[in-house]
Design a protein around this ligand. Sequence first.
Ligand SMILES: Nc1ncnc2c1ncn2[C@@H]1O[C@H](COP(=O)(O)OP(=O)(O)O)[C@@H](O)[C@H]1O
Ligand SMILES: [Mg+2]
Length: 254
Amino acid sequence: MPDFAIQTENLRKSFKENEVLKGVDLAVLRGEIFALLGSNGAGKTTTVNILSTLLKPNGGTASVCGFDVVRQAGRVRGSISLTGQFSAVDGMLTGRENIVLIAKLRGVPHPKKTAERSLERFGLTQAADCRADTYSGGMARRLDIAMSLVGDPAVIFLDEPTTGLDPEARLAVWETIKELAGGGVTILLTTQYLEEAEQLADRIAILHGGKIIANGTLEELKKLFPPAKIEYIEKQPTLEEVFLAIIGGEGQRQ
Ligand SMILES: Nc1ncnc2c1ncn2[C@@H]1O[C@H](COP(=O)(O)OP(=O)(O)O)[C@@H](O)[C@H]1O
Ligand SMILES: [Mg+2]
């Protein structure tokens, strides 16, 4: 039997008359990066909030690491971390202080050592003792992700991890996410960007009209939409490629 880190069946959620989730079925394998793709207002955050026990569903079931999100909410919370759409970083504190604070809150044995290691892992050692409100968007997001990983959660939820970041910072966050998955954790990320799902995800589900309308690997999804017959193709670089070529990788990891 496959080893699912996250499973939902017929998950439903309404806000008054607004039926946002109309029966969502998801199955995320342990250790994979799974992208929940959907446009603004599709219900991505609602889904993540239910899975992370912040919201109660109106119907259906959901489990994380084998624990039911309603009946075993405490066990679920002990197994996950959530990086929301809006940063949890405290700008008045330094990067180091932010991580030490979280480590203490989570009862991690050696908060200072933990902070040191995680600052290094996320390329933030040099900026460790600067106030977080002086960080660039990309650095702040990396700090946010570093904080969410304190305590070694088995499942990580990243809700639109790169929305609002410039292309360089987005690439740096992508690298971070790829590294994380190499370490064996399960990642469910939400995104509005096709390219992000394409770059990062082992499998992708498209949430639309309150349901999962497509689900599979990128290759499987591509087969659903056979390309039109094209006689002659001149490959144009994407805007992102052009931008990055012009600035020449300068200030990477900023
Ligand atoms: N707490 C709430 N109260 C009422 N409506 C909400 C609430 N949260 C989300 N919604 C509505 O649910 C829909 C889906 O929202 P959301 O899950 O945030 O979408 P996404 O994250 O995909 O952009 C939207 O129409 C939004 O207005
Ligand atoms: Mg959202």
